[in-house]
Design a protein around this ligand. Structure first.
Ligand code: SAH
Ligand code: SF4
Ligand code: F3S
Length: 449
């Protein structure tokens, strides 16, 4: 515990509860926040009813993400009625986007802290405890929380996320992230490798390197392919994954490094967003359908066995039925293993909100989205059926949700496999023959070579 001679320990054992929404970057940030607060003497609790401080780590990516948070805030006001000393803080992307609006009358919020101001949280909590609302939404050009050891909250003890960079400079027309997370900055590779090594020594067997666009990782001489190689060298028993890479700069150099190491997982999440060049141009994605398909071909050249997944947006501004058909045809052409699929949601302040009309009616967006989802379901079945009969190495993650007699784990391709418990435990590698599948899961039997 840190001893600061000028000031008594401020937390004095008071209990912190944290609720996390949004992407894996937010999940990682919550672990940093808990670490910062623990150093100041606060204790982490998983029980909201005993909390003295509740922090909600929020997401602004689509309107429905924010609506959920407003719902949670009304629940928080009820908790405060029962326990008036309770401090409620909004942190994360919605804090950055809405700033003071979140502490205006009636919300019940005491603290607002944006993604780059978590070091000031103990100070903000103290201010709030003195009865003044605390806000810090300053974005930074340098903050990476590089030396803060995250307190692992997910605790499957097998796989962990490591943030390698923060922010985004891409300004896709629809996207709020550059405004909520600020400019891109990369974290010192030595601190990344040290964190991965510590995880490995503590029994972890898989790390996912995280950033909004990991391909732009750059710190001194070290680019993303070099960083991947450095982490992969820690041990052949440590699997390495990453998310997310932008299609415009997925380089041959990276594909070459991925192919070279068995422990770099053969799965790439490559968000296409749309199959139409018209839409891709308006979205400011900086690649064409043809470029994207050439990159897919490159992935398959280097790694014939690599699973490819994507993100897609239905009903972007001015999207015609022909544009929508182009998205469906791209999906078929690539044959995605899985996809995250969304209806376009206008975000205030973004380029598309300022310059384009959100002109596709909501029920039409829903209809297009449903078509996309139905097609992906069938593509996922095709992708899973192609696994039947194959022999795969699986990293055991834990007990299957369906039955205590079975366990689950992932293949290098990131597909979940269910198999009999045997005497396996989380963190083991086993060899499995895939025997059957559903659209979401594979089923397999252990084989002994
Ligand atoms: N940095 C990542 C994506 C982060 S956001 C990348 O570029 O790959 C995750 C996904 O949310 C995006 O890929 C996009 O498909 C979706 N998304 C972002 N803004 C959106 C909006 N305004 N409406 C609907 N979906 C959106
Ligand atoms: Fe948003 Fe585009 Fe940046 Fe991804 S790359 S976070 S979609 S602006
Ligand atoms: Fe949401 Fe912020 Fe992540 S807007 S998706 S939590 S970067």
């Amino acid at each position: 515990m840190k001893i600061n001679s000028l000031r008594p320990l401020t937390g004095e054992g008071r209990k912190l509860f944290i609720e996390t929404y949004g992407c894996q970057m937010n999940a990682g940030d919550s672990e940093i926040v808990v670490s910062i607060m623990q150093q100041e003497g606060y204790r982490y609790t998983e029980n909201i009813d005993e909390a003295d401080i509740i922090l909600i780590n929020t997401c602004s990516i689509r309107d429905n993400a924010e609506q959920r948070i407003w719902g949670r805030l009304s629940a928080m006001r009820q908790l405060k009625r029962r326990k008036p000393s309770l401090i409620v803080g909004i942190i994360g992307c919605m804090a950055e986007r809405l700033k003071e609006q979140l502490i205006e009358k009636g919300t019940g919020v005491d603290i607002v802290a944006g993604p780059d101001s978590y070091r000031s949280l103990p100070e903000l909590v103290r201010t709030a405890e003195d009865g003044t609302k605390g806000i810090n939404v300053e974005l930074s050009k340098e903050e990476t929380y590089a030396e803060i050891a995250p307190v692992r909250l997910d605790r499957n003890g097998v796989s962990a996320f490591i943030a390698i960079m923060r922010g985004c400079n891409n300004y896709c027309a629809y996207c709020v992230v550059p405004y909520t997370r600020g400019i891109e900055r990369s974290r010192d590779p030595q601190t990344i490798v040290a964190e991965a090594r510590t995880l490995f020594e503590n029994g972890y067997r898989e790390v996912t390197l995280l950033g909004q666009n990991v391909n732009s990782y750059s710190f001194g001489e070290v680019g993303f392919p070099e960083l991947m190689a450095m982490v992969a060298e820690i041990s052949p028993l440590l699997r390495v994954r990453f998310a997310t890479s932008h299609p415009k700069d997925i380089s041959d150099r990276l594909l070459e490094v991925m192919a070279r190491y068995d422990n770099i997982c053969k799965a790439i999440h490559l968000p296409a967003q749309s199959g139409s060049n018209e839409m891709l141009g308006k979205m400011n994605r900086k690649y064409t359908r043809e470029w994207y398909l050439e990159r897919i071909a490159a992935i398959r050249r280097y790694m014939p066995d690599c699973a490819i997944s994507t993100d897609l947006i239905a009903g972007f501004c001015g999207e015609t039925l022909e544009d929508h058909q182009q998205t469906l045809s791209l999906m078929k052409e690539v044959g995605y293993a899985s996809a995250f699929m969304f209806k376009y949601s206008e975000r205030p302040g973004t380029f598309s909100a300022r310059h384009f009309e959100d002109d596709i009616a909501d029920d039409e967006k829903t209809r297009r989205l449903n078509e996309i989802i139905a097609l992906q379901n069938s593509l996922s079945v095709v992708s899973n059926e192609a696994e039947i009969g194959k022999v795969r190495q699986v990293l055991v993650e834990g007990t299957s949700k369906r039955s205590d007699e079975q366990m689950c784990g992932r293949t290098s391709q990131n597909k979940m496999v269910i198999f009999d418990r045997g005497d396996h435990k989380a963190g083991d590698y086993i060899t499995v023959k895939i025997t059957s599948c559903s659209s979401a899961t594979l089923f397999g039997e252990e084989i002994f070579e």
